[in-house]
Design a protein around this ligand. Structure first.
Ligand code: NAD
Length: 256
């Protein structure tokens, strides 16, 4: 039997990058998927990329708005009746800037998606998982949520916050059969990273990318499928004694 046969997995930010790769991986392993992203068009394209016959529900929602988070949880339950796993992944990078130039508005914009969004999602999904008496949550942090990267005040604060929320809730919910972990990806080649390389390098963004990965022991960007494999493991039921951890997936770049 497949690892995710009969399991219901909810994924935010499912129309692109790490969320999409995880949806594709889990669909091939038999999961029923609730997919959340900003636009119906993005979600429709994501569903088209899944194996034929995949069972899905899609919900267009902004994770920064509590009422929309409540709506995506309600629609998942309406369709599938439960939530076995949750990849709490939607996030934005924000503009790169020195701390003094970062700006209050940009700071709060990044915090509201990356930190409010993750907190709202966990809080609503945990109500469901506690009733069920089981569940697994993977929050998407970043290596920028563990150490300083620079020029990322909003992102750094939000991702360090995601790590804190993960550790705090893991202590509370282990007794209810629920595991809560975070992943901390390094540079993974997704549309988000390509956009920020283009912002730095314009037409020449690929050579900027090369200099970017030179210090990485593996001399390359990570692939979304590699992150999907880790997330799948953490949500699969094979990882039930892993709780409250933050797993780095960065080719060893942070191993200084
Ligand atoms: P991406 O931009 O390719 O995908 C993110 C998806 O989230 C998009 O489809 C976007 O529409 C959606 N989204 C953004 N704001 C949203 C909102 N308010 N409500 C609902 N959906 C929203 O980016 P990605 O690289 O796949 O990033 C996914 C997660 O991984 C993010 O949390 C990001 O911070 C984290 N991350 C990525 C990397 C990397 O190198 N790619 C590294 C570390 C962490």
């Amino acid at each position: 039997t497949q690892r995710f046969e009969g399991k219901v997995i909810l994924i935010t930010g499912a129309a692109s990058g790490l969320g999409l790769a995880t949806a594709q991986r889990l669909a091939t392993e038999g999961a029923k998927l609730a997919l959340v992203d900003l636009t119906p068009e993005g979600l429709a394209a994501a569903v088209r990329s899944l194996p034929a016959g995949s069972e899905t529900v899609t919900v267009a929602a902004d994770v920064a708005q509590l009422s929309q988070v409540q709506a995506y949880v309600a629609q998942t339950l309406q369709r599938f009746g439960r939530i076995d796993g949750f990849f709490n992944n939607a996030g934005i990078e924000g503009r790169q800037n020195l701390t003094e130039d970062f700006g209050a508005e940009e700071f709060h914009r990044v915090i509201s998606v990356n930190l409010d969004g993750v907190f709202f999602g966990m809080a609503e999904v945990l109500k469901v998982m506690r009733r069920q008496g089981h569940g697994a949550i993977v929050n998407c942090a970043s290596v920028g949520g563990i150490r300083g990267v620079g020029h990322q005040s909003g992102y750094a604060a939000s991702k360090h916050g995601v790590v804190g929320l993960t550790r705090n809730s893991a202590v509370e919910y282990g007794q209810f059969g629920i595991q809560i972990n975070a992943i901390a990806p390094g540079a993974i080649m997704t549309p988000m990273v390509e956009a920020s390389l283009r912002q730095m390098g314009g037409e020449d963004w690929e050579s900027v990318g090369k200099t970017f990965v030179e210090p990485n022991p593996m001399r390359r960007f990570g692939k979304p499928e590699e992150v999907a494999a880790l997330t799948a493991f953490l949500l699969s039921g094979e990882a039930q004694f892993i709780n409250g951890t933050v797993i780095e997936i960065d080719g060893g770049q942070s191993n200084k």
